[in-house]
Design a protein around this ligand. Structure first.
Ligand code: GDP
Length: 472
């Protein structure tokens, strides 16, 4: 998808080119440097890789076997809504964290880790649902070692259960089925196992290879056994990492905190992160000013498979971004700057969504057929008048289509609709709400404000005739 927009061709063309080259790819698949070069060449482009890409490869040091030690598994819980994902995460968190350790309070930082009865550690991603999992995977992050698929024993395998199973299978992540709510009188775990068998997923007690455990996230029944099974799965995977190297991990979430600056939750995957280290994630870098565990307790270092909250980045990276430690601030700054430059260049070349200025360019390369518009206005009369006039601007080459119109402030849902339909938004005597404005910036949705109908009509007319003077 990214390559298609960079080359200004349709995703289908990329996919079919890949197929003709013997590669079967999906829209979100990450292509390697060689594939990108070959595909771009097919379309007459020459690819130049920037320093950043080369640099990434160079610093990829191989750990020798003797440097590696066992690490805890990182687990994601997925399943259908209301089948008990949150309850299970909460039960594990509260039952495995002793009260004095927590000071009675645990924090939601997007991940936590627990120690089982016999002293083994397990890290959990505390963002139930496969959306987070998929979003991270789409960004190339692979942090989940084991997926727990929660299925309510008083229900059936539901669409989202199937989706979760698919996601885990596509990612090659081993699954353990947690058949939940067995405390309920109408619970029927056997029925669930049968449904799984019908999907070719035979559980162990039925002679298959998939581990499953009957549990109740409410009473805690079976949860210890479930954790044992996670550890068993982890043992098979032989998860190892080198704690004695510069840390590398994945951003779980990040935000701006009024008092503390940018706060990011990281899952450390290899190496050990220490206060004072220079870290880089996406385009943001900085020294680790302070670190906290999921109980909010200050820590000085964090090793592999440990979730940790850090302060000190210069901005908020995106979930799924890789975070790495560098020896010098200069190195981190250079890479951050080059990433910023690449992104700036890309965003100039590839506006995510249509803008009036962009229409001329798209017309020139013949990829523009229809302008979608959302109109919001202060009174019904002007909304209707504007909509009628704009519709009349439709020509053979370029159509105008009003995907939504209404009276009132420009809302978040207007922006989401614009994003989904690649539309621009026209505000006639109305402004966006603060949230809508933020979302529009994020989604790169153009919002044009007018207070005179005639101005709106003229500008749109110029745009679809390819005559609009770009505004800089
Ligand atoms: P999620 O949408 O998958 O995160 O599901 P929740 O954890 O929010 O659970 C949905 C509902 O099922 C809530 O009302 C829970 O109290 C209830 N629930 C979850 N697990 C159990 C269980 O083991 N037994 C019973 N009886 N209810 C449960």
């Amino acid at each position: 998808n990214d390559l298609a927009s960079l080359l200004d061709i349709s995703v289908n063309e990329i996919i079919s080119t890949c197929m003709s080259l013997g590669m079967f790819v999906s829209i979100n698949q990450r292509l390697d440097a060689e594939a990108i070069t070959i595909i771009a060449d097919e379309f007459g482009y020459e690819v130049e890789f920037t320093k950043d890409a080369e640099e990434e490869v160079e610093t990829e040091v191989e750990d020798s076997e003797e440097d590696l030690s066992e690490r805890a598994p990182i687990v994601t819980i997925m399943g259908h809504v209301d089948h008990g994902k949150t309850s299970l995460l909460d039960y594990i968190r509260t039952s495995k964290v002793t009260a004095d350790e927590a000071g009675g309070i645990t924090q939601h930082i997007g991940a936590y880790d627990v120690t089982t009865k016999d002293g083994h550690k397990i890290a959990f991603l505390d963002t139930p649902g496969h959306e987070a999992f998929t979003a991270m995977r789409a960004r190339g992050a692979k942090i989940t070692d084991v997926a727990i698929i929660v299925i309510a024993a008083d229900d059936s395998i539901m669409p989202q259960t199937k989706e979760a199973i698919n996601h885990a299978q596509v990612a090659g992540v081993p699954m353990i089925f947690a058949i939940n709510k067995v405390d309920k009188p109408n619970a029927n775990p056997d029925k669930i196992k049968e449904e799984l068998a019908n999907m070719n997923l035979l559980v162990e007690d039925w002679g298959g290879k998939y581990q499953s455990q009957d549990i109740s996230a409410k009473t805690g029944q079976g949860v210890d056994d479930l954790l044992e099974k996670v550890l068993l799965e982890a043992e098979i995977l032989e998860l190892k990492a080198n704690p004695d190297r510069n840390a590398q991990g994945t951003v779980i979430e990040a935000s701006l905190d009024k008092g503390r600056g940018y706060v990011a939750t990281l899952m450390i995957q290899t190496g050990t992160l220490r206060v004072g280290d220079v870290m880089l994630a996406g385009q943001h870098y900085g020294r680790v000013k302070a670190m906290f565990d999921h109980l909010g307790k200050k820590v000085k270092e964090a090793g592999p498979a440990t979730p940790v909250q850090v302060l000190g980045l210069s901005g908020a990276p995106q979930a799924g971004d890789i975070i790495k430690v560098y020896d010098t601030e200069r190195e981190a700054r250079e890479i951050a700057n080059s990433r910023e430059q690449i992104q700036r260049e890309q965003s100039i070349r590839t506006k995510k969504h249509i803008t009036l200025d962009e229409i001329g360019r798209r017309l020139a390369i013949g990829s523009f057929k229809e302008l979608n518009i959302i109109i919001k206005g202060d009174v019904d009369g002007s909304v209707e008048a504007l909509s009628d006039s704009l519709l009349k601007l439709s020509k053979d080459e370029v159509g105008v289509s009003i995907v939504h119109k209404g009276v009132g402030q420009i809302s978040e849902s207007d922006v989401l609709l614009a994003s989904a339909s690649d539309a621009i938004i026209i505000g006639f005597q109305v402004r966006p709400s603060a949230n809508a404005k933020r979302l529009a910036e994020q989604e790169e949705i153009e919002i044009r404000h007018y207070s005179i109908i005639y101005d709106a009509i003229n500008q749109i007319k110029d745009a679809i005739e390819g005559m609009l003077e770009p505004e800089f």
